[in-house]
Structure formats: C-alpha cells, structure tokens
Design a binder for this molecule. Structure first.
Ligand SMILES: Nc1nc2c(c(=O)[nH]1)N[C@H]1C(S)=C(S)[C@@H](COP(=O)(O)O)O[C@H]1N2
Ligand SMILES: [Mo]
Length: 191
C-alpha cells in the first residue's frame, strides 16, 4: 500500500491530521480537589456507586492506543490513554437488563449520550492518564471519557458521573444540532 492509501484508510472522510493537541470546550476548567471529588454511577444499575478519588484509582486499568477525530475536522493519530475500562464500571455497578444507553456527566454540566453497545467495548476508558502522565486539566483531568469510535465531543471531560438509561436522551451538543450517532467513518457530524 502506498503512503497516501495508508493515510486514506486511517483518516475518516473530511478530516485532516493534526500534529498538536487542540483544546476545545465550553466554559471554564473545573478545579480538582482529590479530597472532595466524587464519581457517581447511577440510573438503571443494580448497585449504584459513589466513588472517592482513592477508590476510583484502585479500579483496574488498561492502556489503549487509538486515533481520535474531532467534528471540527482535526484527527490525531496514535494517542495513548490509560484509565479504568468502561467494562469494569459495568461489572461494578451491573446495569439492569433494561439499560440501553448511557449519559456521561461532567463537573460543569456538560453531558454526552451513547448507546450501551458502543461503550461496552475494550477501547472505551474513563481515562486519567495521557501519554504516561496524569491527564492535564485543560484536556479533562483528572478524568475524562475516552470513546475513540465516535467524534471526540462524545468523550466528556471532567467526568463525574455515568448514568445508565432505558431511553436515549440527547446530550449537550446533541441538543444543539450535532448528530446523535457521531460516527466519523459515516461523517455523522450534524443532523
Ligand atoms: N465537559 C466537557 N467535555 C467535553 C467538551 C466540553 O465542552 N465540556 N467538549 C467536547 C469536544 S467538542 C471535544 S472536540 C473534546 C475536546 O477534547 P480536548 O480539549 O482534550 O481536545 O472534548 C469534548 N468533551
Ligand atoms: Mo469537538
């Protein structure tokens, strides 16, 4: 395969390769205090959880290397993240048989919705480490969702809760004209 073909196979339609790591979010960067930080797992689960930072950091971790794709057209190849696998969260809280969707919540009110079938995947993390270092506050530290199969707006920064749901409810950008599914390979950018 020629270099251009290899690039085309890896770059979703309408995207370009970014060398830097752009920062994109609405509002300010929330302050992190390890003593008061809490992470909630709630909704359609058998065992709702409210974890402290120490408890969260004792959960299993996994490293995932993947490309990320922002709806504003930049993609970044080979980013390496470490965090708690979403599957570990499911084992801990046990979604009920009725759970079909998740809504991830942020410290500053931002939300993103996803089908359970997308997040129940080894590549999906509650990431606290980026390229071997604690995730920087501007990129969502201390912890953010990492969902590489979807445009990056689905990866909620400063994540403080995961809500399991029977029904799908649009998140912050989905309410403002962004596509509900957000598959970069199908170029599902807006409605
Ligand atoms: N809490 C929160 N998470 C968020 C956002 C936001 O505004 N608030 N923006 C999303 C969007 S649109 C993108 S592209 C990515 C950007 O992540 P980055 O700043 O680490 O590149 O975060 C996503 N997660
Ligand atoms: Mo974005």
């Amino acid at each position: 395969m020629k270099a251009n073909d290899a690039l085309a196979a890896r770059l979703p339609p309408g995207q370009y390769v970014a060398r830097d790591f752009p920062v994109l979010h609405v509002g300010g960067v929330p302050r992190f205090d390890a003593a008061t930080w809490r992470f909630r797992i709630f909704g359609e689960v058998e065992r709702p959880q409210e974890l402290t930072w120490d408890e969260f950091m004792k959960l299993p971790t996994r490293t995932v290397k993947a490309d990320i794709h922002c709806v504003t057209r930049w993609s970044k190849f080979d980013t390496t993240w470490q965090g708690v696998p979403f599957k570990a969260i499911m084992e801990l809280a046990r979604p009920t048989a009725e759970a079909r969707f998740v809504l991830t919540h942020s410290e500053n009110g931002y939300t993103a919705n996803l089908p359970l079938s997308i997040v129940d995947d080894d590549r999906v993390l509650l990431a606290h480490t980026y390229e071997g270092k604690p995730l920087e506050p501007i990129h969502g530290g201390p912890m953010r969702m990492f969902v590489p199969q979807r445009y990056f707006w689905k990866s909620t920064k400063w994540c403080n809760g995961v809500e399991f749901r029977r029904e799908d409810d649009p998140g912050f950008w989905e309410l403002r004209g962004y596509n509900n599914d957000a598959d970069p390979w199908r170029e599902e950018r807006y409605w």
